[in-house]
Design a protein around this ligand. Structure first.
Ligand code: SF4
Length: 358
């Protein structure tokens, strides 16, 4: 199996850590970007953002005859800087999706070895399968947690775990399915790279170029609310029934199935609970192993592996796994446990404000 990515791979998959390392080795610095030599890189970076905003469905195109490998690779971090400077949740999501779709198109045409190599860089436990179910032969076997992390947000019933060929905790998949799951992993990874904390380190000229894109494509911009919760706001009272059941089960040391642990942990992380507190929550479990528990929690929190923070599965996935204990009024108006939490928190705040006014 190939062990390292080639320069051509880095042009195709410029978000990979090897590409970032190569950019560093080339001595490329964003504050030197506005020198004449770098004009093709800046132009390609702007085109990446514009294509993400204007292509329908969103997709950044890849045409090696138009841009040199180095231009492709170097333009990616510049495009990320442009999107970061725009500080717009909608643009961020659309850009990450457009880059991930481009990667999906390329991955479908790669060898099995290359796909495994790339997937393992994201911490996936994946191997070649060759397993058969009837006349269907599967190319890959993927650990079911890695599968679920990525398939949980898909609507199509074909992606439900009960409709998959699963043996000993591994999901057997075709090449196209693995490429689609990787698209999802890459999308989240790129979203994570668009970090508002780096805005203060960006040169003023990046903001000026981004502003020009905004002016020229203003009709493609939308405002979305950010989904961050403040840790101080994490409150059990706003938990949806499914999470409350899992939370109580964990607190009292009752068995929580794998999917339930993933749903509970990712939910708590997303509402701002610290990994330390979540480790403590599982302490009473009969099979508790602090090292393993901490490792899994930190992985879901994006502090290990690919660095992406995971969100809990949607309601229909939890229902499929028998983890929805029954809906209340809020449940009937939402599709995701985090949406439940957000609504309930809003309602609780509004009630407090009303009460304070007498
Ligand atoms: S409907 Fe969704 S949020 Fe409500 S209990 Fe079921 S899975 Fe949880």
């Amino acid at each position: 199996m190939a062990k390292t990515l080639t320069l051509e791979d880095m042009a195709k998959y410029p978000f990979m850590p090897e590409a970032a390392e190569e950019v560093r080795k080339l001595g490329f610095r964003i504050d030197g970007l506005f020198e004449a030599d770098y004009a093709p890189i800046l132009e390609r970076a702007e085109r990446r953002v514009i294509e993400a905003l204007t292509n329908n469905p969103p997709e950044v195109r890849y045409d090696p005859s138009l841009y040199k490998g180095n231009v492709e690779m170097l333009s990616f971090p510049v495009a990320v800087a442009l999107v970061t400077s725009l500080a717009n949740e909608y643009v961020k999501r659309r850009y990450a999706l457009a880059e991930a779709r481009r990667a999906y198109d390329l991955l479908k045409r790669e060898s099995e070895e290359k796909i495994v190599e790339i997937a393992r860089k994201f911490g996936w436990r994946i191997r070649f399968s060759g397993e058969k179910s009837g006349v269907i032969k599967f190319d890959f076997a993927l650990n079911f947690i890695d599968y679920l992390r990525n398939a949980a947000s898909f609507h199509d019933k074909d992606w439900k775990l009960i409709n998959k060929f699963v043996i000993n905790g591994e999901v057997h998949l075709s090449k196209q399915e693995v490429a689609r799951l990787l698209q999802e992993e890459i999308r989240r990874y790129i979203e994570g790279k668009i970090d508002p904390k780096i805005r203060s380190a960006l040169p003023e000229k990046i903001f000026e170029r981004a502003e020009k894109i905004k002016q020229a494509y203003s009709s493609s911009f939308k405002e979305l609310p950010t989904e961050d919760f403040s840790p101080s706001e994490a409150t059990e009272e706003a938990f949806p029934p499914c999470i409350m059941e899992l939370y109580r089960a964990a607190q009292s040391g009752r068995h929580v199935p794998h999917v339930g642990r993933f749903a509970l942990t990712s939910f708590l992380i997303n509402i701002g609970m610290s990994p330390d507190l979540i480790v403590d929550l599982f302490r009473r479990s009969s099979d508790f192993n602090e090292r393993m528990t901490r490792y899994q929690i930190e992985h879901i929190a994006g502090e290990r592996g690919s660095g992406t923070k995971y969100t809990p599965p949607k309601c229909d996935t939890l229902q499929t796994h028998g983890l929805c204990p029954g809906m209340d009024d809020i449940c009937r108006r939402i599709k995701h446990p985090l949406m439940y939490y957000r609504r309930k928190m809003r309602a609780m705040k509004a009630k407090r404000v009303k009460e304070s006014k007498g």
